[in-house]
Write a protein that binds this ligand. Structure first.
Ligand SMILES: CC(C)(COP(=O)(O)OP(=O)(O)OC[C@H]1O[C@@H](n2cnc3c(N)ncnc32)[C@H](O)[C@@H]1OP(=O)(O)O)[C@@H](O)C(=O)NCCC(=O)NCCS
Length: 160
């Protein structure tokens, strides 16, 4: 246990963490701040645009998916829709081969809605450092079979 297995130059850490093989300082900070890692993606060629960097539409899809997964768990339903996405500023390009992480934290608990603050980062396997790419807020709404808003967060009424 705690050993490293080497396979064609790819090292997989098991047990205790070695520097560079585990989580970054930014990951640690985000988790300490209450963020949940809700998605990780390796940027590959089909995800890229003509400049060989990550295509923005692909990144938006990963953000929506990661945040919806987080919101569905929080709201206790898979019947939810994205109502609103906040401003998206692509601060830096994301190069092929980078690992994109989607971190989520609840920003607002409504009756039928849930606000999710999303932080997206990129990192490379070798360098270990993690850089912020986007942060934004997304609002999801729980819906019924009819597609209309349905409460997920009703107050518990004491019936005694
Ligand atoms: C999401 C949808 C069901 C909301 O229906 P609606 O009749 O407009 O809903 P309401 O006005 O009753 O608002 C529902 C909730 O959203 C919130 N809301 C509405 N507009 C908002 C806005 N601009 N910003 C933040 N929250 C908003 C309301 O406050 C309410 O939350 P609460 O119950 O927690 O207080 C409807 O707009 C819809 O079906 N949109 C399409 C969704 C979609 O296709 N998404 C893409 C694919 S998932």
């Amino acid at each position: 246990m705690g050993s490293r297995h080497s396979n064609r130059g790819v090292q997989v850490a098991t047990g205790s963490r070695k520097r560079g093989a585990g989580e970054t300082l930014m990951h640690k900070q985000l988790v300490e701040d209450g963020y949940f890692l809700s998605g990780r993606h390796l940027v590959m060629a089909p995800d890229c645009n003509a400049t060989e960097n990550l295509f923005g539409g692909q990144l938006l899809s990963w953000i929506d998916e990661g945040a919806a997964l987080f919101a569905g768990c929080k709201m206790g339903t898979d019947r939810l829709v994205t109502l609103k996405m906040g401003e998206i500023i692509f601060k830096v390009p994301v190069e092929r081969g980078r690992v994109v992480s989607v971190y989520c934290k609840t920003s607002h608990e409504g009756t039928t809605s849930l606000g999710v603050h999303v932080v997206v980062t990129k990192r490379s396997f070798e360098a270990g450092g993690e850089t912020p790419v986007i942060d934004t807020n997304i609002v999801f709404v729980s819906v019924g079979e009819d597609g209309k808003p349905r409460p997920w967060n009703l107050p518990i009424i004491n019936q005694e």
